[in-house]
Design a binder for this molecule. Structure first.
Ligand code: TRP
Length: 371
């Protein structure tokens, strides 16, 4: 593959060495069903909703960690089409196109289909089955306390929430536990769902015996990247820089972004700590960040110049991703093969999980149905 080198050149020099020590040895001792000891790779599961292209917030929150850990972990990446129904119920006609966009985003940032498994949520019936069981183990009050769901309901301006919207964290727990995942690389907003998943896993294990590991969340080096308007970066708010944006689009978006409101003239003393453009310099421009901070505080660099420099850095960062995207875009056969193999590999694991679950719950009806 001619573009392999391009992606290899991306160096994430300032990745926080968060949890480095405990992640160093992902090999765990695993007791197989037959009682033997197997060395197995630990598993990652994480994913995205196919409601649009992925953006820089996804990158620093989760994608970067996925690429980073795909050698050491057995990785499952879910394209969560059920979740589209929570707040985009009338836009399902677009889902197929967005699924393809998400796959392209994954491949473009360096997720390798040879190492990792990419699959579509609704094609895995075991996830729906697990959701049913788990829904009996969570109270209504617990769901109503979920801060991420509350935020999303507010953002989508939904006055009356559906049962499925309120309950989607249970379905997300089913995603994670269907492959018995150990590590969940996510943006900060998803930690509430990981916590819910841990509670469900504990409850199940307590009631029926130990079937599930208790998964851990892993937040990226920038837990919550702000949008260009200073609010949460989100596909629907129009404040995001997409991984697939062209250089011109990146320049235009950064140019119109809000900066420190107290600065009117380039020589006014700036406050980088409250400027969202500076948050991007911190995330994507570590080598110039200190100088820009000092110059801004002293009124030695104006917002226009500061934005120009940022646009250059972001465009340089996105270039290898764009290059890979150009390579994969249009390769329909390859994308089909990736999803086909991904679904198949995932089902192998989820079927095994359901078997363990049904046995544990005395729902295998051996005496009733077998000779
Ligand atoms: N809720 C996640 C998002 O909106 C997507 C998602 C679905 C997910 N299932 C998951 C993330 C399981 C982590 C684990 O981005």
């Amino acid at each position: 593959m001619e573009n392999k080198n391009a992606i290899n050149k991306i160096k994430f020099s300032n990745i926080i060495k968060q949890k480095e020590r405990e992640l160093k040895d992902p090999k765990r001792t695993f007791t197989s069903k037959k009682g033997g000891e197997n060395k197995m790779k630990k598993r990652i599961l994480t994913g995205d909703r196919p409601t649009g292209p992925l953006h820089l917030g996804h990158y620093v929150g989760s994608l970067e960690n996925r690429v980073r850990f795909q050698n050491e972990y057995d990785c499952f990446f879910i394209i969560a089409d059920y979740q589209v129904l929570t707040d985009h119920l009338r836009e399902t006609a677009k889902t197929e196109r967005y699924i393809k966009e998400v796959v392209l985003d994954y491949l473009s940032v360096g997720i390798s289909p040879e190492k990792s498994t990419i699959f579509i949520q609704s094609l895995i019936p075991e996830i729906a089955e697990l959701t049913m069981y788990f829904s009996m183990m969570v109270t209504l009050a617990r769901l109503q306390r979920n801060p991420t769901v509350k935020e999303e309901v507010k953002a989508a301006k939904i006055s009356e929430m559906s049962y499925g919207f309120l309950g989607y964290p249970i379905s997300q727990a089913a995603d994670i536990l269907s492959v018995r995942a150990n590590l969940i690389p996510v943006g900060e907003d998803q930690l509430a769902h990981v916590e819910q998943t841990r509670e469900i896993a504990r409850t199940f294990n307590r009631l029926f015996g130990k079937v599930f590991p208790i998964p851990e969340g892993l937040v990226g080096r920038v837990p919550r990247l702000v949008g260009l308007d200073g609010q949460k970066m989100s596909k629907s708010r129009g404040n995001a820089i997409f991984l697939s944006d062209s250089p011109e689009t990146v320049r235009r978006k950064i140019n119109t972004a809000i900066t420190d409101p107290a600065r009117i003239h380039p020589t006014d003393l700036g406050h980088p700590d409250i400027c969202n453009i500076f948050q991007y310099h911190k995330a994507f421009n570590p080598s110039e960040c200190k100088e820009i901070e000092d110059d801004c505080k002293k009124g030695k660099i104006g917002c226009v110049t500061c934005k120009k420099r940022l646009a250059e850095v972001i465009n340089r960062f996105l270039e290898p991703i764009r290059e890979k995207r150009r390579y994969y875009d249009g390769q329909e056969k390859l994308i089909k093969a990736v999803l086909g193999a991904g679904n198949e590999k995932t089902r192998k694991e989820t079927k095994e999980t359901i078997k363990l679950v049904r046995e544990a719950m005395h729902f295998d009806y051996k005496r009733l149905l077998q000779d």
